[in-house]
Design a binder for this molecule. Structure first.
Ligand code: AMP
Length: 218
């Protein structure tokens, strides 16, 4: 199953993508995690990328496309994947459609209220190497500030502050108008399958809905 998961920052798509990746045994490919990983490993070389991310802007298409394509070419993606944070603009969506050819994929979009997004992002902590996500209020680690699996320190993303979140949300909504109409058209002509799902509830209820959609196309 090939899945593209769309949603604003803080919509819960990273959390759902990780759960679905385990449930269906398909790799979770997060564009943001791929970028954070290279920045974490080589701060000096990628300091421009780090600054772009810190400001809530999008990194250039050629870098993100080459990173995502390189990841999709790995053998674990032949039977499916769940893509999170890509495509994020109409140009990326058109590129991905051409790249993927005539194969059908499922586009699932989470629609989450801004007040819930702000609440989620406020408490978000991540393990920078694995991309594991915690939340001090909704999903705290066993030991405060520590990753449950490795015992390493959790960090707050440098773009998870109110000012940058607002910029990221505005950019998302602006790009999403074109993305959403692109996927609506593709859906109507039967080239892809596109669903929009409310992402305001708890993790398990949202997952149930996503699972029932995915299962109906297996
Ligand atoms: P995310 O982890 O999905 O919230 O992404 C974090 C940041 O990574 C974004 O705010 C962008 O700066 C960058 N980023 C992630 N995905 C993309 C993409 N598809 N195109 C351009 N920049 C991206």
């Amino acid at each position: 199953m090939y899945i593209v998961l769309l949603g604003s920052p803080g919509s819960g798509k990273g959390t759902q993508a990780k759960i679905i990746s385990n449930q269906y045994n398909i790799p979770h490919i997060s564009a943001g995690d791929l970028l954070r990983f290279i920045v974490y490993k080589n701060k000096e070389k990628y300091k421009d990328i780090n600054n772009i991310m810190k400001k809530g802007q999008l990194v250039n298409n050629s870098l993100i496309i080459s990173m995502v394509v390189r990841r999709l070419l790995k053998s674990d993606c032949c039977n499916g994947f769940i893509l999170d944070g890509f495509p994020r603009s109409i140009n990326q969506a058109i590129f991905f459609k051409k790249y993927f050819g005539s194969s059908i994929y499922l586009v699932l979009e989470l629609l989450t209220l801004n007040e819930i997004i702000f609440d989620r992002v406020k408490g978000r902590l991540i393990h920078p190497i694995s991309g594991r996500i915690y939340n001090t209020k909704f999903f705290p680690p066993i030991n405060k500030g520590i990753d449950d699996f490795t015992g390493e320190k959790l960090i707050r993303r440098n773009d998870d502050n109110e000012e940058t979140l607002l910029k990221r949300l505005m950019l998302y909504y602006k790009n999403n108008i074109l993305l959403s109409s692109f996927y609506n058209r593709q859906n109507l002509s039967g080239r892809i399958i596109y669903y929009r799902i409310y992402g305001n509830g708890n993790v398990y209820d949202i997952n149930k809905i996503l699972k029932s959609i995915i299962n109906s196309y297996l």
